[in-house]
Design a protein around this ligand. Structure first.
Ligand SMILES: Nc1ncnc2c1ncn2[C@@H]1O[C@H](COP(=O)(O)OP(=O)(O)O)[C@@H](O)[C@H]1O
Ligand SMILES: [Mg+2]
Length: 377
């Protein structure tokens, strides 16, 4: 590798989809931050839509942010060498024209695209079960299909989480519990959006199943062993780990944050009343200093194992992901999910580093040249 090639910076494009009203979709504040850091690090960077990205052209129409006028302007720009996929919604990514464009990028002779697709909750568990080390971190998980599969699991674990395979931000999540003492022992807590939980109780399995079906409709669900998370001042918390690749192309933990559930909420999402907390402070309140140090280092090493296994399963180049990990009363670490399009981490020290890493990794990809990967889903 010549020194010169190492010095040159690739043109980086943030990939999204067009929008009739707002030009393009996605979190603009996030895109602005990415572009700003890119500029500081001397990388040409802009936002491009799958529609505008014409891979055979020399120039494409992309969006640059003009700070003085506080607006994004469409202009002709050089074709990117590295593409960072930030298509914000699964529905958009599923559109045939969008999929085709992503496939074309993956197959392209020189352009690199990383994080090609959203993860599916079920597939993630499937991948992680294939490796002995990661298998130990995942709660027992099945597809929700028939009452016949649900009830024995409930019997075994006492509480189950029901989650949409393509869910996010806690949408559609339910908690199913069995209380032997109660006349109506089946208790289903349905997390409402922007409202209180709805609790449905019954003694009849048929009625329970009917209610679950009414909630899930046609959406595919997984059912998962409920983990008794540790709590702080009576509220559960879990950990969000941001894992990214460095300028050397190796996975590393950029930051760990804690999310504390809102009062009586079954998930820890901020829009559901959760709050952002310091992970060490949370862990210290439960475990004491020595165990906290140990857990922090285990969280990081486990997150790296998981990231590697997910990348293997995905069969594509990934550059970053965030993960939701829980800790039970015995200090055991559990994997809940990974996101291929991580949300912004609000913790300032994590945020800055995370933005820089996107470019350091892009630079690494560019220097590598491209090994064509087989197309796979
Ligand atoms: N099996 C489980 N046991 C205990 N808590 C869980 C379980 N699954 C999910 N949760 C809680 O719900 C949150 C959301 O679950 P997650 O799988 O991340 O769904 P989403 O895609 O909606 O974020 C987790 O961060 C955790 O706090
Ligand atoms: Mg989550």
């Amino acid at each position: 590798m010549s020194q010169l090639a190492g010095e040159a910076k690739p043109v980086v494009a943030i990939l999204t989809v067009e929008d009739d009203l707002t030009q393009f979709r996605g979190n603009r504040a996030n895109f602005r931050d990415i572009v700003k850091i890119g500029k500081e690090l001397d990388f040409p960077v802009y936002v491009v839509t799958t529609k505008d990205l014409k891979l055979t052209a020399k120039k494409v129409q992309g969006y640059l942010y003009h700070t003085e006028e506080k607006q994004w302007k469409r202009q002709w720009l050089p074709l990117p060498q590295v593409i960072y996929n930030r298509i914000p919604r699964r529905e958009d990514e599923r559109r045939p024209s969008v999929r085709r464009k992503i496939d074309d990028c993956l197959r392209h002779g020189s352009i690199h695209l990383f994080n090609p697709f959203f993860f599916n909750k079920w597939t993630l568990f499937d991948w992680l079960k294939k490796n002995r080390a990661t298998r130990a971190l995942v709660p027992n998980t099945k597809r929700l299909r028939t009452p016949g599969s649900l009830l024995p699991m409930l019997e075994e674990y006492g509480s189950l989480y029901l989650k949409p395979e393509s869910g996010k931000a806690g949408k559609g999540i339910m908690l199913l519990q069995y209380d032997r003492e109660d006349l109506k022992p089946y208790r289903l807590t349905i997390q409402g959006v922007k409202r209180r939980n709805v609790v449905y109780k019954t003694g009849k399995p048929q009625l329970l199943w009917k209610r679950i079906k009414a909630e899930t409709g046609k959406t595919r669900y997984i059912v998962q062993e409920g983990i008794e998370l540790v709590s702080y001042k009576g509220r559960h918390f879990d950990l969000r780990v941001l894992v990214q690749k460095t300028g050397k192309g190796v996975w590393t933990v950029t930051g760990v944050g804690a999310r504390l559930a809102g009062f009586r909420r079954i998930t820890t999402h901020v829009p559901q009343g959760g709050s952002v907390e310091d992970p060490e402070k949370m862990l210290l309140s439960v475990f004491g200093q020595e165990m906290t140090n140990y857990l922090m280092s285990r969280l990081k090493s486990n997150a790296l194992l998981i990231a590697k296994q997910i990348e293997k399963g995905a069969g594509h180049t990934l550059g970053e992901m965030s993960m939701d990990l829980g800790i039970d009363h015995e200090g055991k670490i559990w994997f809940f999910e990974a996101n291929a399009k991580p949300m912004k981490f609000d913790e300032p020290h994590i945020r800055k580093k995370s933005l820089e890493r996107i470019f350091q990794f892009s630079h690494y990809l560019y220097r590598q040249g491209k090994d064509l990967e087989p197309l796979k889903r």
